[in-house]
Design a protein around this ligand. Sequence first.
Ligand SMILES: Nc1ncnc2c1ncn2[C@@H]1O[C@H](COP(=O)(O)OP(=O)(O)OP(=O)(O)O)[C@@H](O)[C@H]1O
Length: 346
Amino acid sequence: MIELQGIVQTYAGPQGPVEALRGIDLSVPRGQIFGVIGRSGAGKSSLVRTINLLNRPASGTVRVDGRELTALDPTALRAARRDIGMVFQHFNLLSSRTVFDNVALPLELEGLRRAEIVARVEPLLALVGLSALRNRYPAQISGGQKQRVGIARALASRPKVLLSDEATSSLDPETTRSILALLREVQRELGLTVVLITHQMQVIKQIANQVAVIDAGRIVEQGDTLDVFSRPQHETTRSLLDDVVPQELPAVVLDRVRALLGGVPASQATLLRLVFAGADSDKPLLSDVVRRFGVDLNLLHGQIDEVGGRPFGTLAVLARGAQDQLASTVAHLRQAGVLVQEVSHV
Ligand SMILES: Nc1ncnc2c1ncn2[C@@H]1O[C@H](COP(=O)(O)OP(=O)(O)OP(=O)(O)O)[C@@H](O)[C@H]1O
C-alpha cells in the first residue's frame, strides 16, 4: 500500500546540513497497523511526513496505493492527499471552531455542500464518541477528546491511509489506551492502513502488527511485532524494548539463583529465559517437561502480556536435573516453539 524507496532527507542546520533520513526503504502492506519507533531525533517525524509529502525528500520515491506521489503535479498531489489522513501530537484544532466545524473543515475545503457535510460529519462524531460535544470549542474539552476530534477530522475525506505523528504522546496512560483502542477500531471498521510513529514501545505493544525501528535516519530492524519482541536483533531495539519487556534479569533474581544453586554442580542446573509468543503460550509446556524428563523447575520471574492483541510472555526458570534431562528439556521446549535462552552470567 505504501512503498518508500531510497528516501533521503537533508535539512540546512546552523552547523551545516543535517541528514535526517539516510536512505529509507519501507513497504507497508494494506490493512496493517505499522508502527515506526525511534528515539528523539531519529527521524520519525521526517519519515511520516514524507509519506504525504508534507516533507518532500531530497531523493527517493514515495508510492501510495499504486500512485507515485513524488511524480505528481501540485493539483494531482492535492487530490491524492485526500486519501491520506493525518493525526498530530498537538491535535492542531482551530480554537475558533466548534468540534463539529473542526471535523467539517476538510470537507468545506473540498467544496462539499452543507447537507453532504452534515451527512459525513454526524457518523464520524458518533464513531469517535463525541456526538454530545459537537457544539463545544476545543478549550472546553479534554486532551483525549481533542484527539478524538483530530481523528474524526482525519477521517472526514474517507482516506485509505491514516498517519499518526505521536498522536498519544501528550496524553496520560489511560487516555492513551483509549485513543489507541479507538485507532484500532476505526482501522478495522474502515479497513485503513495505519502508519503510526512513536517513541514509546508501550504504544507499539498495544496496537502495531508490524514494527520498524529507526535510528539516526536508518531503519535498523523491522518485522512482525511479536517476532521483534521475541528476538530483538539490534541494540537500539533491545534498549527501547527494555521498558516493556526487561531484557536482563533483575539483580534480586540473580541473587536468588545464586542462593538456590549453592552446592549444586554447574552441570546439573541451568537458568533459562523462556519467551512464549502467540498460540504456543496456551500449552501446558512446563508441567509437560517436569512429567516427561523429571527435572525440577523453579519459576523465578516473569510476565504474561499481549503484544498487538496476541499473547506474549517471558519467564525466567531455574531447571535442575541430570545433564541429559536438562538437554531434553531445552530441546522439547524449542521444538514446541518456545524461544529458549540459556543465561550463563549468574
Ligand atoms: N526543519 C528542520 N531543520 C533542520 N533540522 C531539522 C529540521 N527538522 C528536523 N531536523 C533534524 O533532523 C533530525 C530528525 O528529526 P525528526 O524530527 O524527524 O526526528 P524525530 O525522531 O521525529 O524526533 P522527535 O521525537 O524529537 O520529534 C534531527 O536531528 C532534527 O534536529
